[in-house]
Design a protein around this ligand. Sequence first.
Ligand code: FES
Length: 247
Amino acid sequence: MDDLYREIIIEHYKNPGYRGMLDPHDISFEDENPLCGDHIRIDLRLDKDGKVSEAAFSGHGCAISQASADLLLESVIGKTLDEIKTIGRQDVLDNLGIEQLGPVRMKCALLSLKVLKAGAYGFGEASDQLVEEKKKGEAIDTTAYKYYEIAGVDEIPNGERIFLEIGSNQIVVFNLAGNFFAIGDVCTHDDGPLGDGELDGYEVICPRHGARFDVRNGKATALPAIIDTPSYPVRVSNGKIKIGIPE
Ligand code: FES
């Protein structure tokens, strides 16, 4: 490694531009290198086009793992999740100005890439859902919600639903083809329970008098209900489902 790149690594290690945490964030993932104990968490925020607008990392480790994380996050600002998925090991080495490393150091250098890509892939369909919501102008004001972890993704199989109560909110959460949706478990026609109703596409049909609601946004789509039922933002991260409740 020549002196110039050694200096770049030390500079990014000592004075990182992207160290910190983002709260709220659209994506968060963390992992560690069991060989040396280095640990990195990466938080990302996406804009309405699904591009990374802000990024931050936290954790601890050697100069290479920390500098690598800082350089990597510098490079992902403005990128989409699909573009992030194409970043490879050579890009990380190019950032660091290193041609080759021993296997242990290589894991240190690549830890942040592993975390970043796991976040990009792990967010999967939920991120598409969020981007679509943002594009439609129905963006979730994430600052107005407090998120509660309610289940692992494998606890609500495709086509299934669960019921829960958070504070005064009666909620039903659906898994439709791998996308999770949460709406109020209450029919606004006569305050009857709604979540047990049959599904017809994206609509749930109230078992009492047949009103319909779109599970994607809580909209009342058929009489006798004319008022929407609440809709709650859903996030999926690290295999866990979180529901946003208005603060
Ligand atoms: S209570 Fe649901 S349609 Fe009447």
